[in-house]
Design a protein around this ligand. Structure first.
Ligand code: NAD
Length: 432
């Protein structure tokens, strides 16, 4: 395919948690990067050299430095970022709605803008986790239709999933091999060569766009199914008086066993969402569907155990520690805290929530009572649920909950003996 020049200018469409980190690292590695985001607040901050994403080691410095040396800037007009770009990376979310149907709202908008402004010779790489076949059949086709260009002939089209983990995104960008597939061999070689320079990471080429798309969803399904399995085993272990944490350690001492950790639920915008990308495309009802049901039922299981200890929950004061879907992140998408809150409210409990990552106002928006751990009201709490064990909870003295009768440790992180010594009943997941 004819190219104007070496790949030099990069547009990153979507400057969220992942997009901003990608943009900053690519700029740091010598490319000219323009990020595009529909959120004007994000754009202004980046243009001041400030990261809007917090708790990502190294990101603040990278954004500041590359803004100063003029290799990183932002616009809210995607067309502007794309029109001169040699490489266009797309990292805006594809979600599911309340009925588990795929929600393309953000991605379709981005793809339309790219279709209107892409130049002949550009390379478009989708990094967002997507249903299998979408890069070619939905996004690629739309770009062809709007631009009049032909994928694989006038522009290159590739897919390379993002596999990073929150709180260590910058480090992870170079940590795992970057899986990539493209519409043809030329496009694949170009994509490999780009990522070697732009992220300085190892690459793993696969034979098609669809293989690369499939591999990312498969990773998420694997984790969901694994957690569902260990949740099932945890419940059974507790019936048998066996400690699940000990079982996991023992079983995993052999290299073919990789049992994950049991818990009160699986949240976030990956694991609980992406299995539906397979299910919606016709995956036969089986383990994947069942795993979703098992993991979502863990909050019922937890509340059932709480009820067993406390009696009817109507009028009881229950505190949830951790609104975030997991520890040390500020992110509520599909958080198990939401399921717990809904069920507790239905049962007539007074629901209190503490989360050091969120302000009181942010917590109050969920129609629950925010509770500071230094507030006198901690003394009236009847039961505590550990949902996300943020680092601020390490060393927390549960004696402050002087009236509390039961602690449900939804992440199996507390010391059972310590809790019991305070006269409180300790309940873990799979641990009595
Ligand atoms: N966050 C993670 O831990 C993680 C891990 C692996 C993969 N991913 C993948 O990365 C994707 C993005 O995740 P994120 O955490 O960066 O999301 P995010 O919600 O933090 O950011 C998305 C950004 O895209 C912007 N946006 C939405 N529509 C747009 C459009 N049409 N044009 C331009 N910008 C638009 C939003 O304003 C927002 O700033 C996910 O959907 C997922 O597929 C995320």
């Amino acid at each position: 395919m004819e190219r104007r020049r070496e790949d030099k200018q990069v547009a990153v469409v979507g400057l969220g948690k992942i997009g901003l980190a990608l943009a900053a690292v690519i700029a740091e590695n010598g490319f000219d990067v323009i990020g595009a985001d529909i959120n004007p607040h994000v754009v202004s901050l980046v243009n001041e050299g400030t990261s809007h994403v917090k708790n990502e080691p190294g990101l603040d410095e990278l954004v500041k430095k590359n803004h100063q040396n003029k290799r990183l800037r932002a616009t809210y007009k995607t067309v502007e970022a794309v029109k001169d770009a040699d490489v266009i990376i797309v990292i805006v979310p594809v979600l599911i709605d309340d009925n588990h149907q795929t929600d393309y709202r953000y991605m379709d908008l981005a793809v339309n803008e790219i279709g209107k402004s892409i130049q002949k010779g550009a390379l478009v790489i989708f990094e967002t986790t997507v249903p299998v076949g979408d890069t070619r059949n939905r996004f690629g086709k739309k770009i062809e239709e709007l631009s009049g260009l032909v994928a694989g002939q006038d522009f290159d089209l590739a897919y390379s999933p993002e596999r990073v983990y929150s709180n260590r995104i910058v480090e992870d960008l170079a940590n795992y091999p970057k899986v990539m597939g493209a519409i043809n061999e030329g496009g694949l070689q170009r994509t490999v060569s780009f990522y070697h320079k732009a992220l300085k990471c190892e690459t793993m080429s696969v034979s098609s766009l669809e293989t690369a798309e499939f591999s990312k969803v498969a990773e998420c399904v694997y984790r969901d199914v694994n957690i569902a399995l260990v949740n099932e085993l945890a419940k059974f272990a507790s019936e048998k008086g066996v400690l699940i944490n000990e079982v996991i350690e023992a079983s995993n001492s052999q290299p073919f066993s990789h049992l994950h950790k049991p818990g009160i639920g699986v949240g976030g915008h990956c694991i609980p969402i992406y299995p539906f990308f397979f299910i919606n495309k016709g995956l036969e009802k089986g383990l994947t569907t069942l795993a979703r049901e098992i993991n979502d039922s863990m909050s019922h299981y937890g509340i059932g155990r709480l009820e067993h200890e406390l009696g009817i929950l109507t009028g009881k004061n229950i505190l949830i520690l951790g609104l975030s879907f997991r520890e040390n992140v500020k992110e509520v998408t599909k958080s198990t805290a939401l399921l717990l809150m809904e069920q507790l409210v239905q049962k007539g409990a007074n629901v209190f929530v503490n989360d050091p990552q969120f302000s009181k106002e942010e917590i109050a928006r969920f129609a629950v009572t925010p509770l500071s751990l230094s507030d006198e009201s901690v003394k009236k709490i009847d039961g505590v649920i550990v949902q996300a064990f943020h680092q601020q909870y390490e060393g927390l003295d549960f004696a402050i909950f002087s009236r509390c009768k039961v602690v449900l440790d939804g992440r199996n992180v507390l010391n059972k003996e310590k809790i019991s010594s305070l006269g409180m009943k300790y309940l873990g997941i799979g641990i009595e």
